[in-house]
Each structure stands twice: as structure tokens, then as C-alpha cells.
Design a binder for this molecule. Structure first.
Ligand code: NAD
Length: 485
């Protein structure tokens, strides 16, 4: 490890069967700090051979000591891991800020969320019960919740620690042995996670981490016959490929994909309360958030007031190096910067209500984008339909509730939605009418809530992670029917 951290791992190594080792092909690639374009360190590029070794190690662990670990002991390990993560909150936050380009305070929140997942799942491990089922005379029937066996986890670069917490955390809770393939753009905290888990006593092979290219290591993991469940978080196109690969060996898949989420501001909305949520849900992590509220729907009667106030807030937004902790850091990469610039160029004919600004002396090679608020956008415009994954929000005006629902539900996605209204009946109607895996009334995100099941409908994916619900997805149900006198 070239960076100055208390961790022992070498970023050019993969973690298999409790041991850090060179990847089979001994290859690596530079990891870039998106705040300045400089090389942070070299990271290992695992391939199909490494994935196979990781799956074999996980298989052995599942058949051996890890598979025999009691739910109580798994819970204790997860709880200990959560505490260990918190002991390293500062260094983990700094690693994530350097690697992802996420402002330090936001990176710190991610560390705390990872610890909280470990704590929540640790407490839940011994509370997942089967049922007894009344049946025919002479039978006793009950169900057992069992691990899938080996689970594969493919995570993106935007919230590595949170996504590892919610998916790997849930899988370990249920006793699965995991193989984690972090994103090639940001994998340092995944390596640190493996190191800390090893330190608190997770047995060899229970957690394996193989960084590598998606098309190589990720594809090998989703196609591997020894993997019994895949959890994928990322883009729709890759999710489709992962599901197709998993279908070849009939493995279940959880897909956490993209979004084009809407916050709907009705005529009776409390604007003071909503404004911080309208803004933050567009700019958090520089808009590189699956549940970003990239569409702001507003009733015509509140339009000018809302845009005026939002524009003022936008003008105060600063964009700069992650470590300096401004409101926005850079995009993850020059590639992502270019993707967002291309979207912005599609908005040349639109009204820009406001933008943020770059701080002085921002490093020339950083992947920066200033946040942009577009006003009066048609609901069918590409900027209001496609996931941009950058700090860009579109304001769309509506005239009545029916039109609001039609616009809010009028994309291929369905991840998150919010309604801002003081009318109780409308709150209930919107909760039902909005097409999304999570609906928020008079808030957005509920503070992250590790307890709250999360996932999409439509192109946003299927399956649920987070909360107790995720433990059902990361396990399988066996029915036992005993015939007796
Ligand atoms: P991506 O699909 O390109 O990459 C995600 C992961 O998949 C990475 O680890 C990558 O290496 C791997 N991968 C790439 N090609 C692969 C292949 N052929 N087979 C297997 N794995 C492969 O996505 P991205 O650009 O890194 O992330 C952005 C997308 O992720 C956005 O669409 C965003 O909305 C989505 N996302 C969704 C959630 C959610 O919870 N719903 C959370 C974060 C990000």
C-alpha cells in the first residue's frame, strides 16, 4: 500500500482465503484521485482465475467453519466489525475522499453508515426465524431459513462502503460466504473492509475480495457456477448482462440499478422544510447517487418562489477538492465528467436558473462539473428522462395532481419518489400512486435509514436490500414436512 494508512494490505493484492496475494496474472492498474488527476496507488486487476480461487475459498469456508458458525456468533462478529470500522472512521473517510472524490464530511457519513449496517445486521442475525405451518393430521411442518451458500457482490464506485454494508453485511448475517468485486474506479475501502473483518475474526474464506475490471472479473463472478446468488449494484446495461450470465446457472439476482427520481412540490408544500431536501438530493456526492432527485416537479402556483429560492442556494454551492470538503467534489473520473458535459450540451436551449461555482485554484486535472439547475423543462426532454449521474436537476411545472403523478411516473425508472404536501389525503394518495421502491412524504431519504428496505421497480431493478427484508433475499426457505403417528 503506497498510501500512508494503518492498514496492512497491499493495494496490488487480492484477498482470498484470508491471505493477501498477487493476482494470478500479476497485473495492476493506476487508481486515480479524481480531485487532481494524480495516481493514488496501483490496484490489483484480478481475472477469472482469481475469481475461481475466491469462489473455491468461499465454498470451502461455507462447507467448513464459517458454515457451522451460529447465528449468535455471526451477529457478534458483525457487531465487532462495526465497532472496528468506527475506530478507523477518520482514515476510512480520507481514503474514500481521495479515491471517490467525495467531500470528506460525506465520506465520513458513509463510514458511519457502514458501521451502522454491521450493527443493525449484527443485532438481527439471531432473530430470523422460520415458521410452523398447521397442516394435515399426522404431520408437523416447519420452515428453515438457510444461507444460499456462496454469494457474489458486484458494487459500483459511488458509495462503496454503504453498498458493501448493505449487501455483504446482509449476506454474512445469513451465513453466506462472499466474493466481493469492487469497482475498478474506487476499491480502497473494500480492501480495508476485508482487512478489518479479518482482524475481528471472520474465518478465512468467509470474505474474499477481488478487485478487477468489470468485463473480466465482474463477468467471471456472475457467470461462475459456484456462485448461488448475485447482488449487483450499477448501471442498467451491466445489470442486464449480469442477470443473463446468472441465468445460465439459474442463480437468483438482486439488481439495484439507476433512477430518475422525482420530488413533487404541491401548492400547499412547506417550502422552508423542503428546500434543503430538494437541493441536497440533487448535489450529494456530486449527483452521482442512484436515488438522486434529478427531477423537481412543482405546482405552477409555487414555481417562481421555489426556483428563486433554489437558485439562490445553487449560487452558493462550491465545487473543489474532496479533501477540502466543499459542498461538491469532482466526478469520479474524466470519463464521467465527459458524460455529464455531453448531457449539459443537450440543455443548451433550456433556461439555466442557476449554477454553482468552482473554487479558486481548483486542480487543473480534476474531473469537476459545476452544479446546474435547469428551469421549465418539458417532462419528455432527454435531461428529464435519462439518468445523468451528475449534479444536474430539472424543474418541471405541473397544474394538477393527476398530471404530477403522470410526470413523476413517466420514466423507465422507479427507485425513489417524494411528495411535499400538508394535505393528509393527498399524502396517502401519493404514497400509493407514485411508482417507486421508496416513497417519502415531506422528507427525502429519511436520513439514509439502514433499517428501511430499498430497491427499485421497472428499470431501477428488483429485489430489496437494507432493512430486515434484505435478510430474506440473502437466504432461501426450506420447508420440512415430518410425517408421524
Ligand atoms: P457499472 O454498471 O458500469 O459498474 C458497476 C459494477 O459492475 C462495477 O464493479 C463494474 O466493474 C462492474 N461491471 C462492469 N461491467 C461488468 C460486466 N460485464 N459484468 C459484471 N460486472 C461488470 O455502473 P457504474 O457506472 O459503476 O455505476 C453507476 C450506475 O450504478 C448508475 O446507473 C447508478 O444509478 C447505479 N447505482 C445504483 C444504486 C442502487 O442502489 N440502485 C447505487 C449506486 C449506483
Amino acid at each position: 500500500m503506497l498510501l500512508n494508512t494503518p492498514f496492512n494490505f497491499d493495494s496490488q493484492h487480492v484477498f482470498i482465503d484470508g491471505v493477501w496475494r498477487s493476482p494470478a496474472a500479476a497485473s495492476s492498474m493506476p487508481l486515480i484521485n479524481p480531485s487532481n488527476g494524480e495516481v493514488l496507488c496501483e490496484i490489483a486487476l484480478g481475472d477469472a482465475e482469481d475469481i475461481d480461487a475466491a469462489v473455491q475459498a468461499a465454498t470451502k469456508a461455507y462447507a467448513g467453519s464459517w458454515g457451522k458458525t451460529t447465528a449468535l456468533e455471526r451477529g457478534r462478529l458483525l457487531t465487532a466489525l462495526g465497532r472496528k470500522v468506527l475506530e478507523h472512521v477518520d482514515v476510512l473517510a480520507e481514503l474514500e475522499a481521495l479515491d471517490v472524490g467525495k467531500p470528506l464530511t460525506q465520506a465520513r457519513n458513509d463510514v458511519i453508515a457502514l458501521a451502522r449496517y454491521c450493527e443493525f445486521f449484527g443485532g438481527a442475525a439471531d432473530k430470523v426465524h422460520g415458521d410452523t405451518i398447521p397442516y394435515l393430521d399426522g404431520y408437523t411442518v416447519y420452515t428453515l431459513r438457510e444461507a444460499h451458500g456462496v454469494t457474489g457482490h458486484i458494487v459500483p464506485w459511488n458509495y462503496p462502503m454503504q453498498i458493501i454494508g448493505r449487501s455483504v453485511g446482509a449476506a454474512l448475517t445469513m451465513g453466506n460466504a462472499v466474493v466481493l468485486k469492487p469497482a475498478e474506479e474506487a476499491c480502497l475501502t473494500a480492501l480495508a473492509f476485508a482487512e478489518l473483518a479479518h482482524q475481528v475474526g471472520f474465518p478465512n474464506g468467509s470474505i474474499n475480495v477481488v478487485p478487477g475490471l468489470g468485463a473480466v472479473a465482474g463477468a467471471a463472478l456472475s457467470a461462475h457456477e459456484g456462485v448461488h446468488h448475485i447482488s449487483f449494484t450499477g448501471s442498467v446495461a451491466t445489470g442486464r448482462a449480469v442477470q443473463q450470465a446468472a441465468a445460465e446457472h439459474v442463480a437468483p439476482v438482486t439488481l439495484e440499478l439507476g433512477g430518475k427520481s422525482a420530488q413533487v412540490v404541491f401548492d400547499d408544500a412547506d417550502l422552508d422544510a423542503s428546500l434543503p431536501f430538494l437541493l441536497n438530493a440533487g448535489i450529494q456526492n456530486a449527483g452521482q447517487t442512484c436515488s438522486a432527485a434529478s427531477r423537481l416537479l412543482v405546482h405552477r402556483s409555487r414555481h417562481s418562489e421555489m426556483v428563486e429560492r433554489l437558485a439562490k442556494a445553487y449560487s452558493a454551492l462550491r465545487v473543489g477538492p474532496a479533501i477540502d470538503d466543499y459542498e461538491l467534489g469532482p466526478m469520479i473520473s474524466k470519463r464521467q465528467q465527459m458524460i455529464v458535459q455531453n448531457f449539459l450540451s443537450q440543455g443548451q436551449d433550456l433556461t439555466v436558473a442557476a449554477t454553482g461555482k468552482l473554487v479558486a485554484d481548483v486542480p487543473e486535472n480534476g474531473a469537476y462539473i459545476v452544479p446546474t439547475l435547469f428551469d421549465n423543462v418539458s417532462a419528455s426532454h432527454p435531461l428529464a428522462q435519462q439518468e445523468i449521474f451528475g449534479p444536474v436537476q430539472t424543474v418541471i411545472v405541473f397544474d394538477d395532481d393527476e398530471e404530477a403523478v403522470q410526470i413523476a411516473n413517466g420514466t423507465a425508472y422507479g427507485l425513489v419518489a417524494a411528495a411535499w404536501t400538508e394535505n393528509g389525503g393527498r399524502q396517502m394518495r401519493m404514497a400509493k400512486a407514485l411508482k417507486a421502491g421508496q416513497v417519502f412524504i415531506n422528507n427525502y431519504g429519511a436520513g439514509g435509514g439502514v433499517e428501511l428496505p430499498f430497491g427499485g421497480v421497472g428499470a431501477s431493478g428488483h429485489g430489496r436490500e437494507k432493512g430486515f427484508e434484505s435478510l430474506y433475499g440473502f437466504s432461501t426457505l426450506k420447508t420440512v414436512a415430518v410425517k408421524h403417528d
